[in-house]
Design a protein. Structure first.
Length: 376
């Protein structure tokens, strides 16, 4: 089977690798097994250097010197098992779209690049906790790996490139009221009911003031992710916590979003029967890449040469590790990967096998182009 690698993509290997990755359930926080699996796989495939870091990120390197292109995917998924199965042209499984197909394709592309005359170095990184707090990408940045540009493996569809992601601000808002006997409810305010009043008010503020006519990408969009209460004496709830997730357009950086929340809370204090406050849980700034950067140029050309037509440049309303690395290292980046992102985090995640295989060739071609642009 190994001889099939000589310059050619081995379809059976590529499909089996992806299936193997999907068989390993790896929600954020439980990535050890898949990390070890990929390290082993890259060693077997003759990567020049393979290592894992403290948090469980896995890396494989082919080639040497500069330029160095980082192909970065994530090895965690959201929770929720989906039995791995092949139906016609589709492979179903948790992470089939977000984002194991992308990472498997990157690994296959690196194997093909190793067989060719590489003009630099390629590092394939599988990082942990992308769906959580981004522990993996942050620890990658602390390793001070020298890279010249990066492609992030996230579903964009075979003929699209993602150049922009929204930011996020995760908050915990807490309402506290006096407690008392449930039978005294007409006389007491209820922390859960106050919490709901605040949420509805805040949602209305976002819709009225921060909804852009240019669509969701440019709007401040809030979601109530979780609401839970306590009643310290077992009676009327006197504490209500709400986890609120705000998605930030490039026009509203986190500091501005925090001001918006603080002012909504200030306004609510005047009209409610509770003590209300908030705490910031996590922040990721919005990120918009330069559409003319070399990574995007290379991907556009690679897509049109492999599958024909013009690649689309898209903005996504989610957030990704690209935001963190792009802002930190200030090198050219873009996100690209097979799969329809609408299927991400659903119970129906599947990847089209042909699309997955085509993406391997596109990654490979794009990296070759980047080397050609950079090595004069
Ligand atoms: Zn993802």
């Amino acid at each position: 089977m190994a001889s099939g690698w000589r310059m050619n993509l081995n379809h059976d290997y590529a499909v089996n690798l992806l299936k193997g990755m999907l068989e390993i359930y790896s929600p954020s926080g439980s990535e050890e097994e898949i990390s070890l699996f990929l390290a082993d796989e890259m060693r077997k495939r003759g990567f020049d250097r393979v290592w894992r870091n403290r948090v469980g990120n896995v890396y494989g390197e082919v080639g040497s010197g500069r330029p160095t292109v980082l192909l970065c995917g994530h090895i965690d998924t959201v929770p929720g098992r989906i039995p791995v199965r092949v139906e016609g042209e589709r492979i179903y499984g948790r992470g089939a779209v977000d984002a194991k197909s992308s990472l498997a394709a990157m690994l296959n592309a690196a194997i093909l690049l190793k067989e060719s005359n590489l003009k630099g170095k390629v590092i394939v990184a599988g990082v942990v906790d992308e769906e959580g707090g981004g522990k993996g990408i942050k620890s990658l940045l602390r390793e001070n790996i020298v890279i010249d540009c990066a492609i992030f493996g996230e579903p964009s569809g075979i003929d699209n490139i993602t150049f922009a992601y929204k930011g996020h601000l995760k908050l915990k808002v807490t309402c506290r009221t006096a407690t008392g006997h449930l039978s005294a409810q007409p006389l007491l305010s209820n922390a859960v009911e106050e919490g709901i009043k605040f949420w509805l008010k805040f949602k209305r503020i976002c819709e009225e003031k921060y909804k852009s006519p240019h669509g969701v990408f440019y709007s401040l969009t809030p979601a109530l992710a979780k609401i839970y209460s306590r009643s310290t004496t077992g009676s009327i709830p006197d504490i209500c916590h709400m986890n609120i997730d705000l998605r930030l357009p490039p026009t509203i950086p986190p500091e501005k979003a925090i001001e918006i929340v603080a002012s909504a809370i200030e306004g609510f204090r005047g009209e409610c029967g509770c003590d209300v406050g908030f705490r910031v849980i996590s922040v990721v700034k919005p990120y918009v890449a330069d559409r003319g950067n070399i990574v995007i140029r290379a991907l556009r050309e690679a897509i049109s040469e492999e599958i024909g037509g013009e690649a689309g440049l898209i903005r996504k309303t989610g957030t990704s590790d690209m935001n963190i690395l792009g802002l930190h290292l200030k090198v050219p980046v873009a996100a690209y990967g097979p799969g329809e992102s609408i299927l991400s985090h659903t119970h129906n995640e599947y990847i089209n096998i042909r699309e997955y295989l085509a993406s391997i060739k596109i990654y490979k071609r794009a990296v070759e182009k980047i080397f050609n642009y950079m090595v004069k």
